[in-house]
Design a protein around this ligand. Structure first.
Ligand code: APR
Length: 254
């Protein structure tokens, strides 16, 4: 279904047009149409026998740093080849139509930045950066060793992906900034997330409970809450988001 075939609720259109600040919460589903598998998709190829929960942990890295590093190298390769899709581009274009747009993403692929979004809060870090597993110093580039993780130039410890692993705390500053923007928003768009992993999972519902309208964009509404102030927009983010902008600002259609 293309975005122009979706009937957007008039109330939502009015809210979007009148909004001074919109927060866009995104998960892996917004990058699915860029060819990056979501976490709940079955992993492909040689990684099919692993689950993200078994690799994206400090314990897994401690146990087998080479395996975990190679999984992230595989994912980094996918991200490097990926391009922002129509959904990322619509979120970036929203900045020309609404005074303040803040993206709060669980994704580590950096595609919102590449699409042109200027205010992006990365709750779970960024896979294109690494950091010293001992000192925490961040590295944007590193010497690629024959195999296994590179080592920190200063202390010799392994570098690890600069992402939040299961069981690790989120960066406090990013988390606080996310809560602040959500509570100051006139509308929240929750796009392509299964709402499984806390604390991001509860963010849209906490906003709705505080009286901030929430529009959920997802292929399926199973696992998504319903209720007053919550709009369900079922479909591909790459179709729904451009369609929503066209419906709200027909005069500004690209
Ligand atoms: N358009 C819209 N939604 C989509 C699309 C699409 N084209 N494709 C998939 N989806 C939806 C799925 O229906 C699902 O609800 O995106 C969601 C993806 O869910 P997950 O794979 O669980 O990804 P996410 O919600 O981001 O996971 C949260 O879990 O594994 C951890 O840290 C990891 O950040 C990740 C977190």
């Amino acid at each position: 279904m293309s975005g122009s075939e979706i009937a957007f609720p008039h109330e939502l259109i009015d809210l979007l047009r009148a909004a001074c600040r919109v927060t866009v919460l995104t998960g892996a589903g917004i990058s699915a149409e860029s060819g990056i598998p979501t976490f709940r998709d079955a992993m492909t190829g040689l990684w099919a026998r692993f689950r993200p929960e078994d690799l994206a942990t400090p314990q897994a890295f401690e146990r087998d740093p080479r395996l975990v590093w190679e999984w992230y190298s595989w994912r980094r390769g996918l991200v490097g080849k990926a391009k922002p899709n129509a959904a990322h581009l619509a979120v970036a274009r929203l900045e020309c139509l609404v005074r303040e747009v803040v993206v709060v993403t669980q994704n580590v692929d950096g595609l919102h930045h590449r699409a042109g979004s200027s205010r992006v809060i990365e709750l779970h870090g960024n896979i294109m950066r690494s950091r010293c597993s001992r000192e925490g110093t961040v590295a944007a580039t590193w010497e690629k060793p024959e195999e296994g993780p590179p080592q920190c130039e200063r202390c010799g410890a392994y570098l690890r992906p600069d992402v939040v692993w299961f069981g690790e705390p989120l960066p406090q500053a990013a988390l606080q900034e996310a809560y602040d923007t959500l509570s100051a928003s006139d509308l929240v768009l929750s796009v392509g997330t299964s709402n499984v992993v806390e604390p991001a999972a509860s963010m849209p519902w906490a906003a709705a409970a505080a009286g901030v309208p929430v529009a959920v964009v997802n292929l399926t509404m199973s696992g998504q809450r319903a209720g007053p102030g919550i709009f369900h927009l079922e479909g591909r983010a790459g179709a729904v988001l451009p369609g929503l902008l066209a419906a709200a600002w027909p005069e500004a259609a690209p």
